[in-house]
Ligand binder design. Structure first.
Ligand code: EPU
Length: 423
């Protein structure tokens, strides 16, 4: 198995990049298939290792799937959900992918019981699920934590409730949204996440027969129904992938046409910040053109829940700021340990210091290629971006992180005249 990516330095990105479906939309949508016995078809699913992990998990529950229209950027999946016979998400799978927790709400809502391994922390933070559990308890579930597992029960079904999230949680909102869709009565979720992926999940649930309003705002209302039915749904495009390639154009002084609709609406604060830094955006037929102005300036960034600046583009933006003029500040407010890429960027000559959740970056004229280590998904893309502009070659180790969230990066870059290769 290949484990490293060789990035040739001082390249210029010039061309078109089709944006794939969003991993973080496809994962909850796959979990939502559990809610109905009629099955679900999803189109524009990105062929990624995290999606394969979710399919393995669904397989252990008794969900069979078939794949069609497969290419390196996309696939369609049909899930057959009428023979679910196991309600356990085992540790071996959950430890590979935290988003496995998304089966908790749907299993409990449809079958009144489940056993899901506690996910534990990961490279970017402790990542508790206490709010998923509190929300489900508010819906009437009994929760017990034993031997590293969540045992959840709702023998007489879930009951609509009002629940206020003390902090915004994306998968927490998704879990409660799915659970409430089959609860008895109305549920109101306050301080809910407003991420586009939540809106996409709600749209699919509505097509399945759910009664949901307010999705995309911080107050979501769900009137529970007794059953949901078959539908097909096309997965929203990946705003984080789009943002990563926009930065690739910016950092290499190039130009890229991101192919996909409404990309601007998915990245409001990111685009504003990129304009401040020196990238130019222009609507084109079927997409968004991103051009580097040739002069990059430092800025201040604070990561926040949507519509704020996405934490999932923080590492990539840091690479860009490493070669922008002057001083920049990044305040990471979502994850307590999401600066693991800093040490690697410093190995490439970057000038960055970190105090707590704040990083100060002093822009440099030139980074230099080096062997570096990817520590998580977004860190891996930030190192590839830095490698593209560096003098000399960069070898990024542990690229299995990359394969969790970016499909066919070599091919997409290759179509823009940029060479990165697996070694
Ligand atoms: N939190 C709690 N308790 C909870 C849930 C969350 O304290 O019960 C805290 C977390 O520790 C964190 C904050 O709330 O400090 C926000 O976490 P959130 O629950 O929103 O994160 P998530 O749902 O686990 C999703 C994405 C992440 C993305 C975050 C923030 C998926 C599958 N994952 O995670 O994506 O960073 O939202 O936008 O949707 C990635 O794709 O690289 C990635 C890490």
């Amino acid at each position: 198995m290949t484990k490293k990516i060789l990035v040739y330095g001082q390249q210029v990105v010039q061309g078109k990049i089709p944006i794939s479906g969003a991993k973080n939309a496809a994962l909850p949508l796959l979990a939502a298939s559990i809610l109905s016995e009629d099955g679900l078809t999803l189109n524009n699913v990105p062929p990624l290792s995290d999606i394969r992990t979710m399919l393995v998990l669904l397989g252990t529950l008794g969900i069979e799937h078939s794949v069609s229209n497969l290419n390196s950027f996309s696939m369609s999946l049909n899930c057959k959900t009428d023979a679910i016979s196991n309600f356990e998400a085992p540790y071996d799978i959950v430890k590979q992918m935290r988003a496995s927790i998304l089966v908790l709400g749907p299993l409990l809502a449809r079958f009144g019981q489940c056993k899901v391994s506690l996910p534990g922390g990961c490279a970017i933070g402790v990542r508790p699920i206490d709010l998923h559990l509190k929300g489900l308890q508010a819906l009437g579930a009994t929760i017990e934590l034993k031997d590293g597992y969540v045992y959840a029960q709702a023998k007489r079904g879930l009951k609509g409730t009002e629940f206020t999230f003390p902090i915004v949680t994306v998968t927490g909102t998704e879990n409660l949204l799915m659970a409430a869709a089959l609860a008895d009565g109305e549920t109101v979720l306050k301080n809910a996440a407003r991420e586009p992926e939540i809106k996409d999940l709600a749209s699919c649930l509505i097509k399945m027969g759910a009664k949901i309003s307010g999705h995309g705002t911080s107050e979501i209302r769900i009137k529970g129904v007794s059953r949901l039915h078959y539908t097909d749904h096309t997965v929203l495009l990946d705003r984080i992938e789009a943002g990563t390639y926009a930065i690739a154009a910016g950092i290499t002084n190039g130009q890229v046409d991101l192919i996909g609709h409404s990309i601007k609406d998915l990245l409001p604060t990111f685009i504003k910040k990129m304009e401040e830094i020196g990238l130019m955006f222009e609507d084109i037929n079927g997409g968004l053109r991103v051009t580097s102005s040739g002069k990059l300036n430092g800025t201040k960034i604070t990561t926040e829940p949507f519509p704020g600046f996405p934490t999932d583009l923080q590492a990539q933006t840091m690479s860009l700021l490493c070669v922008a003029s002057g001083k920049s500040l990044i305040n990471e407010t979502i994850w307590e340990n999401r600066f693991m890429h800093v040490a690697e960027l410093i190995r490439m000559g970057a000038s960055i210091s970190v105090t707590g959740a704040r990083a100060t970056i002093i822009g440099k004229h030139q980074l230099v290629g080096a062997p570096v280590m990817a520590t998580d998904l977004r860190a891996s893309s930030s190192l590839i971006l830095a490698g593209l502009v560096a003098k000399g070659n960069t070898i990024v180790d542990r690229v299995y992180h990359l394969d969790r969230g970016y499909c066919a990066m070599e091919e997409k870059f290759g179509n823009c005249g940029v060479k990165i290769e697996r070694i």
